[in-house]
Design a binder for this molecule. Structure first.
Ligand code: GAL
Length: 712
């Protein structure tokens, strides 16, 4: 028998429970749930904070590694008043609710490394760390509770909770009856109303917290708001020059012999390479980790690292933080670990200093002092869709955080434990990490994923610039030659240029197919494909001086070296949804091609542009380019002076200081790079070029120009 709601109500009335039911339906908000307006207090130039209730003890700001880079705020325009008058706040039984105005046509970007969407207006997103962000829910390797709008406003909610952001899609209930519907409709109106054009609100729910600090970053431009956030984070990182070279990660089964043979092969075959990465097999146990060299593969680790160093490689080691009971660091770490295990290992409480010190010191003494230049910090994101291997949200840690907070802080704490060791040794480093979060701009770490959609990888690169993150769209195997070339072309124009060959014996250009590669069945014409890849890797080497300048700017005024077109020109509606093109540095726009596409559409900002490769002037702002294997579409602003270094086997090779300088149009945009006392300037005037350089502490400033190549 079916029981209707009415029957149920009658039944309740009969038992005297109707009053309870109605009081449930019409409950008044409990005391303390009243809405209030939290005022802004200025904390830095153009940065304000509103404190709502009683914030939690552990948040991204309270556990931050680096203080704000105060001196850099002077690079940004002064802003006298906060661009939003107040924030509406409410404490509820579920946590904290915040509300901010959203103007008609105001678009929103950010929330960390979003792989699946770009413009966020009208969407609901929960900032939760996840190793497999397969749905567009806000899940990501690097959730950051920071967003910017096209009205030049940045908002950072200082929480490690899984906060939910409703970007304009929360609607008030209707309060007045109407005589009839406006028009007959059989279809449900799923889209409700056009939230993009209405006055709306941004609603943010921070679960479980009794309070929260919200930071407001003023523009005036959207890019200025991001710059302020990056400066507040401590300023952008500058990687060592070798970090900007080419990286190759060898097969997980590598031994001393095979890894060195590969390193030698690259040198013999003129494939530039700076960093050689080892994958899980270097350890005696990898899931969980011992952090101890496996003697059957690496019997003399020091001799191995020395031999790689002799060949001018840096060695990078894969690992994750879950610590096996047989690891020498297990016993000292055990008191500083969470109450659950992962893969039979400890989860170090990396939010707390004791665990970071014990864990970090071991890495410093046993591995960095051996000559290791950096690490790949794997598996530090959560595992919701892949078997639940990670620790649960109800975990407890000695520092006082629970599993939810730890998930959103784990990658950051892990990076910090390792980074501290390099800082202590005054040793520059550049690393990989699979999870990051808020205030990460100064961290010498680049994100990567186990997912492998080229299109999503480019969107991630475009999005990374909104949140102080760096991203590597790594190359592994490929579905076709075209796929390999396209992916390699993209990764060359990214913060870290890497082929991750962890599951293939030979480089992918020798055999694209994973199975055949591991069976030793090479492509009949692999040398031709290798030659194409060699050329593309060479572009990376040539780009290094330009990339150095882009990163120097990141450190100086917080300008992200890789960023969306919409970030640079937020007022230009034609650029608002462009998530497959990006700025690299201050004069180049990259528009990757994807395998299988016959052509692609290009949109460029206002101004005069040249095709980077041919120098030809681009005649319109919107056009289509046909599929070409030769080059990745790249455009350079007219007037640019652009260094193009000689390739060489690795970034430290002296022959690389010879530059070809490409000059586009009138050459009015000089090239400049500063690093401490070192300075390089390339100028073009009256049809001739001029090189100026100073600084002696750093031999790389001894550049010479072999050719000035002018494209009218
Ligand atoms: C994955 C990682 C890969 C590779 C592999 C080794 O988690 O994303 O890049 O390192 O582990 O087991």
């Amino acid at each position: 028998m079916k029981i209707s709601r009415r029957d149920l109500a009658r039944g309740l009335a009969a038992t005297g429970a109707a009053a309870a039911a109605s009081s449930l339906t019409y409950a008044q908000p409990p005391v303390g749930e009243k809405k209030s307006h939290a005022a802004w207090t200025q904390v830095f130039p153009g940065v304000w904070r509103a404190r709502i209730g009683e914030p939690e003890r552990i948040t991204p700001v309270t556990v931050r590694a680096v203080p704000p880079l105060e001196s850099a705020f002077a690079h940004l325009p002064a802003v006298a008043m906060p661009p939003i008058s107040a924030i509406e706040a409410q404490q509820t039984e579920r946590g904290c609710l915040l509300q901010l105005p959203l103007q008609p046509e105001e678009e929103i970007y950010g929330l960390g490394l979003q792989l699946l969407s770009f413009a966020q207006r009208g969407k609901k997103k929960t900032v939760r760390v996840n190793a497999d962000p397969r749905g567009d829910t806000g899940d990501t390797h690097a959730p950051v509770p920071f967003f910017v709008t096209t009205n030049g406003i940045g908002i950072f909610v200082d929480t490690a909770r899984y906060a939910t952001f409703y970007f304009g899609d929360v609607r008030h209930k209707p309060s007045q009856p109407e005589a009839s519907t406006a028009r007959a409709s059989l279809d449900p109106n799923y889209t409700q109303s056009d939230t993009a054009t209405e006055q709306a609100a941004i609603t943010i729910e921070v679960p479980r917290a009794k309070g929260v600090d919200v930071y407001l970053f003023a523009g005036p431009t959207t890019l200025d708001a991001v710059r302020r956030y990056n400066i507040f984070s401590g300023g952008g990182v500058v990687p060592p020059e070798w970090g900007l070279g080419f990286w190759y990660r060898a097969d997980a089964h590598s031994t001393t012999k095979s890894a060195l043979a590969l390193a030698q092969e690259f040198r013999d075959r003129n494939i530039p390479c700076d960093v050689l990465g080892l994958e899980p097999g270097w350890q005696t146990h990898a899931y969980s980790c011992t952090f101890v060299w496996e003697p059957s593969r690496f019997s003399d680790p020091k001799a191995f690292v020395d031999a790689a160093t002799q060949l001018d490689y840096k060695v990078n080691l894969w690992e994750h933080a879950f610590t096996h009971p047989a690891s020498p660091v297990f016993a000292p770490l055990e008191p500083h670990a969470g109450d659950y295990g992962v893969w039979g290992g400890l989860v170090p409480d990396l939010v707390g200093a004791p665990a970071r010190t014990v864990f970090g010191d071991y890495h410093g003494n046993a591995l960095i002092d051996l000559g290791i230049s950096g690490f790949k910090l794997d598996e530090c994101d959560n595992s919701d869709y892949t078997g639940g291997w990670s620790f649960p949200e109800h975990s407890r840690f000695p520092s006082g955080v629970d599993g939810e907070q730890m998930h959103n802080l784990f990658g950051l704490g892990y990076q910090r434990a390792i980074w501290d060791q390099f800082l202590k040794r005054r040793q520059p480093t550049y690393n990989l990490v699979r999870s990051s979060g808020a205030l990460a701009a100064p961290y010498p770490f680049v994100l990567y994923s186990d997912l492998y959609q080229h299109r999503d990888f480019i969107r991630a690169l475009v999005n990374s610039g909104f949140s102080g993150l760096l991203w590597c769209p790594e190359v592994r195997d490929a579905s076709s030659e075209e796929d390999l070339i396209r992916r390699l072309q993209s990764v060359i124009f990214s913060p870290l240029a890497m082929v991750n060959g962890w599951y293939i014996q030979s480089p992918p250009w020798k055999q694209l197919d994973r199975k055949k590669n591991n069976a030793g069945e090479l492509l009949p014409d692999w040398e031709a494909l290798e030659a194409r890849c060699r050329e593309i890797i060479g572009w990376r080497m040539s780009l290094v001086p330009y990339l150095k300048a882009a990163f120097a700017r990141y450190a100086e005024d917080g300008t992200p070296p890789f960023r969306a077109l919409a970030l640079e020109d937020a007022g230009d509606n034609s650029l608002r949804d462009v998530d497959d093109e990006y700025w690299m540095g201050d004069r180049i726009i990259v528009a990757p091609l994807f395998a299988g596409e016959a052509e692609r559409k290009i949109v460029l900002p206002e101004g005069k542009w040249h095709d980077f490769w041919t120098g030809e002037i681009v005649s319109s702002r919107e056009f289509t380019v046909p599929h070409t294997r030769e080059h990745i579409p790249v455009y350079i602003a007219s007037g640019s002076v652009m260094p193009w270094a000689a390739v060489g086997p690795h970034t430290g090779a002296p022959e690389r200081n010879k530059l070809i300088v490409r000059v586009y149009g009138d050459g009015a945009k000089s090239f400049e790079w500063h690093a401490g006392i070192n300075h390089l300037m390339l100028k073009w005037s009256d049809g001739s070029g001029l090189i100026e350089q100073s600084g002696s502490a750093y031999s790389k400033s001894d550049y010479s120009v072999t050719e000035w190549k002018h494209f009218e």
